[in-house]
Design a binder for this molecule. Structure first.
Ligand SMILES: [Zn+2]
Length: 194
């Protein structure tokens, strides 16, 4: 395990490597600030910060809900190839099992945030989130399907290298979203509109 002081020293050396003087006033506290930032944006490596995904029995609120539930939001992550930010919007949907469980709505965003707080590739990120939420709903009466689409801007593509703007889209579809074109079409009709 690397100590905090070692990590601080490594950042100072990196600053030197790019041609800076890590001892000048503006940079003196930068290694400390970076370590604090790392603890925040990479909290997805800390199992203690893994969010608890609360679920409720379908029907508990007096209605057995078996239509599509759709949610949307934003995400921030860091690409593992260049350690540059990628960020954007997501659209999530699932079909609850009438005999199964319902996801607490805020938990979708929490799962996205936790899985995004690691070095990621956008292809794996969609899978990690769907896996976490599917796992929370249990295997006894699993949801009839789940869908997640993410659209992200990658600073490693826009701010360096090819330097071209553009969105990357990745999806993870399971169950009815994968097998039933009508269900998939309904999900896609929400994308970009909510
Ligand atoms: Zn990259």
């Amino acid at each position: 395990m690397i100590t905090e002081e070692q990590a601080r020293q490594d950042i100072r050396e990196l600053l030197e490597y790019i041609g800076e003087d890590p001892s000048r006033t503006g940079l003196k506290d930068t290694p400390d600030r970076m370590l604090r930032m790392f603890r925040e944006i990479f909290r997805g490596y800390d199992p203690a910060q893994k969010p608890e995904i609360t679920t409720f029995p379908n029907g508990q609120d007096g209605i057995v809900y078996d239509n599509m539930v759709v949610d949307s939001g934003t995400f921030y992550s860091v690409c593992e190839h260049h350690c540059r930010t990628f960020f954007g919007e997501y659209w999530f949907a699932y079909l609850p099992n009438p005999k199964g469980r319902i996801l607490g709505l805020s938990k979708i965003a929490r799962a996205v945030d936790y899985c995004a707080s690691r070095l990621q590739v956008q292809e794996r990120l969609v899978h990690d989130v769907v896996e976490m939420l599917t796992g929370a709903l249990g295997t006894e009466n699993p949801p009839r399907g789940m869908a997640l689409m993410m659209r992200g801007r990658h600073m490693c593509k826009e701010g360096r290298g090819v330097r071209k703007p553009g969105m990357m889209t990745t999806t993870c579809l399971t169950g009815a979203f994968r097998n039933n074109p009508q269900v998939r079409a309904e999900f896609l009709s929400y994308v970009g509109k909510i």
